[in-house]
Structure formats: structure tokens, C-alpha cells
Design a protein around this ligand. Structure first.
Ligand SMILES: [Zn+2]
Length: 108
């Protein structure tokens, strides 16, 4: 399934996907030093971009997902229907309000 046409489009949705998690447990990008395993069963070769999310406060347990799976996971969760798209967008904006400068000019 081709999910995104551009990196920019994917990153926009990834931010909304992250707004579903508590800030402490957002997904981060990483470059693998050694080979890891994607949560969906694929190998993540070393020196490849992948995504990780901590599962505990200490950062000892984490889940890793390869880029291809992440794109599909985000697409299915965020972009598959209008409701999830709008809801995740609202959550994202609550967490990242517009910069003050812009707010000021809007109020005036
Ligand atoms: Zn994978």
C-alpha cells in the first residue's frame, strides 16, 4: 500500500500520530547502530532510519518500527478516515498552540 506521496506529508501525519500518545512516550526517529527487529517482524538493518517509542519511564523497554511499517501505521491510524484525521489534528493543535506572535495579531 502506497501511503504517502512525500516526506513532508508523512511527517505532518506523524506529528498528529504522536499527539495521540502522552508527550513522554512520543515516537522518535533513530539511526540503527546494529541490526534491530521491527515490531512487525522485519529486520531493520544497521545505519537505517527507524522509529522508536519508549514503553516505560526508565527507557529500558522500547518498541522499534521500520520506516515502511511506520508509514502504514500512521496512514491507517490518521489518514484512513476523516474523523481520525480531524481528531488527531485537534489533539496536535492543543499540544502545539500557534506561536504567540501569530496569536497576538489574530486577537487584535
Ligand atoms: Zn517493519
Amino acid at each position: 500500500m502506497a501511503a504517502y506521496h512525500s516526506e513532508k506529508e508523512f511527517l505532518r501525519s506523524l506529528k498528529r500520530f504522536n499527539a495521540l500518545s502522552s508527550q513522554q512516550y512520543e515516537w522518535h526517529t533513530g539511526i540503527s547502530e546494529k541490526e534491530h527487529e521491527c515490531a512487525f517482524g522485519h529486520p531493520i538493518p544497521s545505519e537505517n532510519l527507524y522509529f522508536k517509542k519508549f514503553l516505560d519511564m526508565e527507557g529500558e523497554r522500547k518498541v522499534r518500527v521500520c520506516k515502511k511499517c511506520m508509514e502504514q501505521l500512521v496512514f491507517i491510524t490518521i489518514d484512513s478516515d476523516r474523523h481520525s484525521k480531524q481528531l488527531s489534528d485537534r489533539l496536535y493543535r492543543e499540544r502545539h498552540p500557534l506561536p504567540k506572535k501569530i496569536l497576538k495579531t489574530t486577537i487584535r
